[in-house]
Design a protein around this ligand. Structure first.
Ligand SMILES: [Mg+2]
Ligand SMILES: [Zn+2]
Length: 206
């Protein structure tokens, strides 16, 4: 079984929008994303996107448009030396009561089943409480980016267990550092996003 890094999409790979990312024109990579994915691609982790895309269920974009966006996104990532191994998304509206919309764990469990993933050896990187809650439920270690606060689609009474850091690049550094054992595997609570500058293998931000 392979370990994976599960990536939320909006707010992690590309800039999120309050009115949903509905087309390739509205898709904007966040700074250092392509570099972070190149570095992550050199690790043993499978790289799996798990994304709530309720814009489909709300009638704001079609699955065909979403798939086209994803194929362009993957092309850009590959051109920069990175890769994405699989993309799982929930197309349902929030009130559909499905088992895949985060904070439910369905996307993680489906990917683990399809790809024979070792969830306990895996990581999740998201920018919303619901991302960390879904990961926690699936038994996946969670990293939360930015100054994310409890959001309306998170479960208010459910505690969130996650390492906090600034952005995808610093999250990838935490994962790589954890694997090499340089940090005693105990990053909890001190992820400031600064990196330590002594990662050795990892290039700094350009
Ligand atoms: Mg997000
Ligand atoms: Zn769903």
């Amino acid at each position: 079984m392979a370990p994976a890094v599960f990536l939320d999409r909006d707010g992690v790979i590309n800039r999120d929008r309050p009115d949903f990312v509905k087309s390739w024109d509205e898709f904007e990579f966040l700074p250092h994303t392509l570099e972070a994915l190149r570095i992550l691609s050199q690790t043993p982790y499978a790289i799996v996107i798990v994304s709530n895309q309720s814009g489909i269920g709300r009638g704001l974009l079609t699955e065909e448009t979403l798939r086209d966006m994803h194929s362009r996104m993957v092309d850009r990532i590959q051109a920069a030396g990175g890769r994405i191994d699989a993309i799982y998304y929930c197309p349902h509206a929030p009130d559909a009561g499905c088992a895949c919309r985060k904070p439910a764990a369905g996307l993680f469990l489906q990917a683990a089943h399809d790809l024979s993933l070792d969830l306990a050896a895996s990581w999740s990187i998201g920018d919303s409480y619901r991302d960390a809650q879904a990961a926690n439920r699936a038994g996946v270690r969670a990293i939360l980016l930015g100054r994310s606060l409890p959001d309306h689609s998170a479960i208010p009474e459910m505690p969130v267990e996650a390492i906090r850091t600034a952005d995808l690049l610093s999250a990838v550094r935490i994962i790589a550092r954890n694997d090499t054992g340089n940090d005693t595997g105990n990053d909890t609570g001190n992820g400031t996003g600064n990196g330590t500058g002594n990662d050795g293998l990892l290039a700094g931000p350009a």
